[in-house]
Design a protein around this ligand. Structure first.
Ligand SMILES: [Zn+2]
Length: 138
């Protein structure tokens, strides 16, 4: 994530980003993370249990938001945002889908999808076909 976006989140949510750990995802998820943090802080203020971000990153085309001192309510909000990230282009924030390209799973809109990227189903189908072909040879 761009330094200025990192900085904005640190300034808006100093308690959540107490460790000022940089966020390892692209800028298309900025609004999603911003909204999630607003919700997490509201829950923290209300319950007196201050959630602290441990690591924020992209993995398998989805957002991962690891925290400490979270309540069930925090966990539910995080799970919802992580789910939503599977439908938001990580580059620009437009609606996206998760596909595989060069072994890398990513969520992208049509404009940012690499040439030749495959859907997850398609990818598994191809792997199955490959395995089948190999098994038939032996
Ligand atoms: Zn995009």
């Amino acid at each position: 994530m761009k330094q200025e976006h990192n900085q904005q989140l640190f300034e808006r949510y100093p308690k959540i980003f107490e460790h000022r750990e940089r966020l390892w995802c692209r800028d298309g998820w900025f609004d999603l993370i911003d909204a999630l943090c607003a919700r997490l802080q509201e829950i923290s203020d209300r319950t007196g249990s201050q959630v602290v971000a441990r690591q924020v990153k992209e993995k398998f085309g989805g957002l991962r938001f690891y925290v400490s001192q979270g309540t069930t309510e925090h966990a539910d909000a995080i799970a919802e945002a992580e789910q939503a990230s599977h439908h938001i282009c990580e580059v620009c924030g437009q609606p996206g889908v998760v596909k595989v390209s060069s072994g890398y799973v990513q969520c992208r809109c049509p404009a940012h999808m690499p040439e030749g990227a495959r859907g997850l189903e398609e990818q598994m189908e191809a792997a199955r076909a490959l395995r089948k072909a190999r098994d038939e040879k032996t």
